[in-house]
Design a protein around this ligand. Structure first.
Ligand code: ATP
Ligand code: MG
Length: 367
């Protein structure tokens, strides 16, 4: 899939901007706070129906504007297509269109435009908290599997409702009445999430191991180990078994949840461990090893997308190259020769010979 053009009205700091895109590397350059990441964010929004920086659409609308309108034309699935999103301030729901046809949800977007985003935070993802690793898995799976996106959305709503019950039941004990129903459904939907995550991480691990081996000259063996609710003995078991095991865990933590007022049981606390040989990267990885492993993970993600959809996903690299030493920059650049790529950087230096350069200045595309 290749983006051909992008148009933005009142999106972030862009009042009105349009840009023709290169089918290979698009280098987005400009000083700090000019709108480079905003451009990537627009592309990401069109492919997922959400931002990677905020959950609030309001922040995406230019200060003082009533709505933001963003759209792209692209070649995907063997034909010309278009995607458009209109975001409103206030309560009016956003509107999404594919080929001019209004969509009821964002689930069809990734089938038309798939993106893999790589930003400096991702370089730290293996060292920081579990939330970042869950986000990595969720973002990828939501694009790859519409069923997952749906299940995750439902799980989040259930989680929010249960959290409110646990927080407020002391003042209003009647709130506890529907709790068993929430628990039951959370275990059902949780089993679906676990099944998807286990399979995804197994595939990601296989691919990332290949990249990391190449990167480290065959000296290091990378693997990912899925960590979920402790009563789940085999995340590849059938969903009924997992469901039962999740209920068992909930039951064992029933009292603790009431006492703490928090939702303690369920796959919202999932994580994965990254190992080099037998050793945990989080605990023992050097800076270089951690970065290399993170790059391998991202390249693996792109590979899975390609294998799954039969199309090369669009790669979004936000400031990530400038964070890497020349050896790692070259590794990444050599591995992304095919497909369309958007790279933001302040100091283009050695990259300007790639594809085309898009110069960004204070919310305008000047070149
Ligand atoms: P850096 O090199 O520092 O990463 P950047 O070019 O990637 O910079 P962006 O994050 O794309 O910068 O843009 C940031 C600018 O956009 C900031 O000046 C910010 O104030 C502005 N901005 C963000 N949201 C809005 C909005 N809703 N309306 C207007 N301007 C906004
Ligand atoms: Mg930026």
């Amino acid at each position: 899939m290749k983006l051909q053009s992008l148009k933005l009205y009142d999106f972030r700091n862009y009042a009105a901007a349009g840009v023709q895109l290169h089918p290979g590397v698009n280098l987005i350059v400009g000083e700090n706070a000019q709108g480079k990441t905003n451009l990537l964010e627009a592309v990401f929004y069109l492919s997922t129906g959400r931002s990677f920086r905020t959950a609030r659409n309001q922040e995406l609308i230019r200060f003082g504007a009533e709505f933001a309108d963003l759209g792209c034309e692209l070649f995907s699935g063997g034909r010309e297509q278009s995607i458009r999103a209109v975001l409103f301030s206030g309560r009016k729901p956003r509107q999404l269109y594919i080929g001019g046809v209004k969509q009821r949800s964002a689930t069809a977007l990734p089938g038309v435009l798939t993106t893999v985003l790589f930003c400096p935070d991702d370089l730290l993802v293996l060292k920081s908290g579990a939330a970042g690793r869950r986000k990595l898995v969720d973002t990828a799976l939501c694009q790859l599997r519409p069923g997952y996106a749906q299940a995750l959305g439902e799980y989040q709503k259930l989680y929010d409702s249960k959290s409110r019950i646990l927080k407020d039941y002391n003042d209003r004990p009647s709130l506890l009445e529907p709790l068993p129903e929430f628990n039951y459904r959370m275990a059902q939907v949780g089993a679906v999430l676990i099944a998807y995550r286990a399979k995804f991480l197994r595939e990601l691990s296989k691919q990332a191991r290949l990249y990391h081996a190449e990167f480290s000259g065959g000296r290091e063996e990378l693997s990912l180990v899925y960590q979920t609710v402790s009563t789940v003995t085999d995340p590849f078991a059938d969903k009924k078994t997992i469901f039962q095991q999740l209920l068992d865990h909930q039951q064992a933590h029933y009292r603790a949840e009431l006492d703490s007022g928090q939702c303690l049981s369920g796959p919202h606390k999932d994580d994965f461990e990254t190992l080099l040989g037998e050793r945990s990267v989080k605990a023992y990885g050097s800076q270089g090893q951690t970065r290399t492993a993170a790059i391998s993970l991202k390249l693996a993600e792109r590979e899975l997308f390609r294998a799954d959809t039969g199309e090369e996903p669009v790669l979004l690299l936000d400031d990530v190259l400038s964070e890497l030493d020349p050896g790692r920059q070259d590794f990444v650049l050599n591995k992304i020769v095919s497909g369309q790529v958007f790279i933001t950087c302040c100091e283009p230096g050695r990259f300007t010979k790639l594809g085309r350069t898009i110069q960004v200045e204070n919310g305008s595309i000047v070149d």
